[in-house]
Design a protein around this ligand. Structure first.
Ligand SMILES: C[S@@+](CC[C@H](N)C(=O)[O-])C[C@H]1O[C@@H](n2cnc3c(N)ncnc32)[C@H](O)[C@@H]1O
Ligand code: SF4
Ligand code: SF4
Length: 400
């Protein structure tokens, strides 16, 4: 496929005047505590990697899947394949959030499915802020982020957004997302967020999932992000994370090597002219490895130690690619993260004895001095075929 110009529709509407949502600054003491906790976490990962492999690191951020259900039908995701029932109620989520605050968690990412299909989403988020967690993030497909809902979630305390766009034009995005008009609605949501950014100090990230059907469009996505004035994150399609385990999705992870490499060259050219809002060279260099075209380079997995996964039905622990064994309905979170099961699993995941999902690879790269200082780089010597073999072995062992 050849590159086509980026199309941004505003559907001829004038943006509504921004509602005066009050600005809530983080108290200085909270910022200080947050930095100290983050510093301790980074130091602990260094000690675990270099000196004490048995060190138990407690997570400091939570990924809360408010629901597994969704209002879209993306070809890369199974959330909509069936209706998940028995999800945590608003009161149960409030209790989860209280426990996270008591344990000193510094950040919560609210996600799904589509978190905003829950009418109580903003109330749960506001409860997290009231409990003392000021770093609140929301992942969304943008469809329900109209002006009122944006004001509602900002008032609840969200200051950081990932909004998904799977192509630089309506044809590509809507085909992947399974709904005509999705692109226009999501672009409108991003524009409305950008409009509020100066007053609310919002971080806004455009999440583009690279897969077979759009991997030729990296340069166009770079132009789109720059035009919208939001950061571009290249999320990488996988079939190993719990929402994405399906044969049709495995096909989408099989990107064509020549297409991907030429697309990477194209985005690097855009970067050389103007790097604003674009992924770093380090991030770009990771992508062929994820798709099995080069050695894997992000060992160990800091992401698996950083985050506590809390699924919509209460299953808690594991990581993106490995399911949790314990549940917040039957145990306190403090008991879960100090349990022998959780500790053994986290030790294994840190070593990347795992299905290698590639989730949040940026974090792993940035916490590896040898990657950040390329002259000292010594990538793990794994061939593409041995990476695939390891994935197959892990699957056969039933770890996926
Ligand atoms: C599961 S969605 C949940 C949040 C929200 N519904 C959305 O679409 O942004 C989180 C992210 O996963 C991405 N995603 C979808 N299919 C994927 C796959 N097979 N591999 C990796 N990421 C995928 C989505 O594009 C989105 O950016
Ligand atoms: S990627 Fe997001 S929007 Fe698409 S089906 Fe999955 S949860 Fe829904
Ligand atoms: S890379 Fe491995 S350890 Fe890290 S989140 Fe993915 S499956 Fe888990």
């Amino acid at each position: 496929m050849t590159s086509t110009p980026v199309s941004i529709s505003t559907r001829g509407r004038e943006p509504r005047r921004v509602a005066p949502v009050p600005h809530i600054a983080r108290p200085p003491i909270a910022s200080w505590r947050r930095s100290a906790r983050l510093g301790r976490f980074v130091a602990a990962t260094w000690v675990k990697r270099s000196l004490a492999p048995e060190l138990h690191i407690r997570p400091i951020a939570a990924e809360c899947f408010l629901t597994d259900n969704c209002n879209l039908r993306c070809i890369s995701c199974t959330c909509w394949h069936e209706n998940t029932t028995g999800e945590l109620s608003e009161d149960e989520w409030r209790s989860v959030v209280d426990q996270l605050a008591q344990l000193g968690f510094i950040k919560i990412n609210f996600t799904g499915g589509e978190a905003l299909i829950r009418r109580d989403a903003a109330r749960i988020i506001a409860h997290a802020r009231e409990a003392g967690i000021s770093d609140l993030h929301l992942n969304s497909n943008g469809l329900l982020l109209d002006e009122d809902r944006i004001d509602e979630v900002i008032a609840a305390g969200v200051r950081s957004f990932n909004v998904s766009i799977d192509g630089p034009d309506a044809a590509t995005h809507d085909a992947i997302r399974g709904r005509q008009g999705a692109y226009d609605d999501t672009i409108e949501a991003i524009r409305a967020l950008v409009e509020r950014r100066p007053r609310q100090e919002l971080a806004i990230r455009l999440n583009f999932t690279v897969m077979r059907d759009n991997c030729d469009r990296l340069a166009d996505m770079a132009h789109l992000a720059q035009e919208l004035d939001v950061d571009l994150y290249l999320n990488l399609a996988t079939d190993t994370t719990f929402m994405f385990r399906d044969a049709t999705i495995s096909e989408l992870t099989a990107v064509d090597e020549a297409t991907l490499r030429s697309s990477l060259k194209a985005i690097q050219r855009v970067r050389r002219t103007n790097p604003a809002r674009l992924p770093s060279e380090l991030d770009l260099s990771y992508i062929p490895g994820h798709f099995g075209l080069e050695p894997q380079i992000d060992v160990p997995c800091v992401e698996s130690q950083l985050k506590l996964m809390i699924r919509s039905t209460g299953a808690t622990g594991g990581c993106w690619g490995h399911d949790a064994e314990l549940n917040v309905r039957s145990r306190r979170i403090s008991e879960i993260i100090d349990s022998p099961q959780y500790r053994a699993e986290q030790a294994r995941l840190f070593r990347k004895d795992c299905v290698q999902c590639g989730s949040n690879y940026s974090v792993n790269l940035r916490t590896q001095p040898r990657r950040v200082l390329p002259t000292l780089a010594r990538p793990t010597r794994r061939t593409a075929s041995s990476t695939r073999t390891q994935r197959r072995i892990n699957r056969e062992r039933g770890r996926g």
